[in-house]
Design a binder for this molecule. Structure first.
Ligand SMILES: [Zn+2]
Ligand SMILES: [Zn+2]
Length: 364
């Protein structure tokens, strides 16, 4: 007993001395900070771009509604040694920077549509990957209107580019790689994809990316994307109400990342906003349910398409605590589909030559 008491005194004494040294002695503080910095720089996630699997990370699982837990729409797809960004919602890219993803591997951005919660960080994606020494111009794919969006961001960041080139030198920040390049996805006559229409965006023999129309009217163009790589498949719904085109294009997919709006709660929010004189907010809440899908709609779509794993993302409204998550998922029991709530930092790995899906947390 006596020995134990002395041991406890010794441990507490050493810990206390250590904390005091950390708090009061600059040399100790500098040493600890240097260790933290060295550790951070040693952890670049080159493993994520390995060609052994199709991977996706969620860098934004939220919507335009203010939510400190969830950035607006953003996803990274890792395939064929490259990174493809599906939507770049405002503030979402900070996750990617913190995860130590090799940003020079970003090959393209694919925009589902041009609502602000899907494009706000486009300038940051371009800037950060340029600084990371991306070896080609950043290709940005989208429906008709993509040239205006890309030209607008290029112009908005023109002063920033000139400042940085002046400071770091044009050998390091190559002027020819600084501006993004627009790539149109459209029907053969140049109009937006509609109904069941689709278009192959990329095909190198191993990786195929297909864009298809979804139903977000009056927002046109509005697209979803399907990735097929080494026998594994991943589909993004984009923003959509329940859509036959999505069911068709998600057939047999391993993972479907689907937007979802809890419409009963949105109706409660509309009534509360009206009661308290928040008329503009009530108007928006009244208008939005008709172009989004409920969790039940998403689950039915996944079941009809024979999808193995459904991940709900672009969640409306925010879910501030566990009760919201319970309510969000309670009507999603349809067929054999594994249904999960997506979150910022969710990483899904689909190894080639298997049926496995490995879910991990990259942190926020
Ligand atoms: Zn939208
Ligand atoms: Zn949206």
């Amino acid at each position: 007993m006596r020995m134990l008491r002395w041991a406890i005194f010794a441990v507490v004494g050493i810990a206390g001395a250590g904390l005091a040294a950390l708090y009061f002695i600059p040399a100790v503080q500098d040493r600890v900070i240097a260790g933290i910095i060295d550790d951070a720089f040693s952890r670049q996630r080159d493993d994520l771009v390995g060609e052994d699997a199709l991977r996706v990370a969620i860098c934004g699982s939220g919507s335009p509604m203010s939510n400190l837990e969830r950035s607006p729409a953003c996803h990274l797809v890792f395939a064929a040694g490259k990174i493809f960004v599906v939507d770049a919602g405002p503030g979402s890219w900070m996750h990617v920077t913190r995860w130590q993803v090799p940003q020079d591997r970003v090959a393209a951005v694919l925009l589902t549509h041009f609502h602000s919660d899907h494009i706000g960080d486009l300038g940051e994606v371009n800037l950060q990957t340029w600084v990371a020494q991306r070896p080609q111009r950043l290709a940005v794919y989208g429906g008709p209107g993509i040239d205006r969006v890309v030209a607008g961001f290029n112009e908005a960041y023109a002063m920033d580019r000139s400042h940085r080139m002046a400071h770091h030198g044009p050998e390091f920040l190559r002027p020819d790689l600084g501006e993004m390049e627009a790539h149109l996805i459209a029907a053969p006559d140049g109009t937006p994809l509609r109904g069941d229409e689709d278009a192959v965006v990329y095909d190198d023999g191993a990786l195929k990316i297909t864009a298809f129309a979804v139903h977000h009217d009056p927002v046109v163009p509005a697209y979803g994307y399907r990735f097929d790589y080494r026998g594994r498949s991943l589909v993004f719904s984009g923003d959509t109400a329940k859509s036959d085109s999505l069911v068709r294009h998600a057939q047999g997919a391993d993972v479907l990342i689907h937007e979802a709006m809890l419409k009963t709660t949105v109706a409660e929010m509309e009534a509360a906003a009206a009661r308290h004189g928040r008329t503009p907010f009530a108007k928006i809440l009244h208008d939005i349910p008709d172009y989004h899908a409920s969790p039940r709609d998403a689950a039915e779509t996944a079941a009809e398409a024979g999808v193995a794993h459904l991940v709900l993302s672009h969640l409306i409204p925010p879910l501030p605590h566990w009760l919201g998550a319970r309510v969000f998922l309670r009507d999603t029991g349809v067929g054999q589909v594994d249904v999960r709530l997506g979150y910022d930092g969710m990483l899904i790995t689909l190894p080639a030559g298997s049926k496995d899906a490995v879910f991990e947390d990259l942190g926020r």
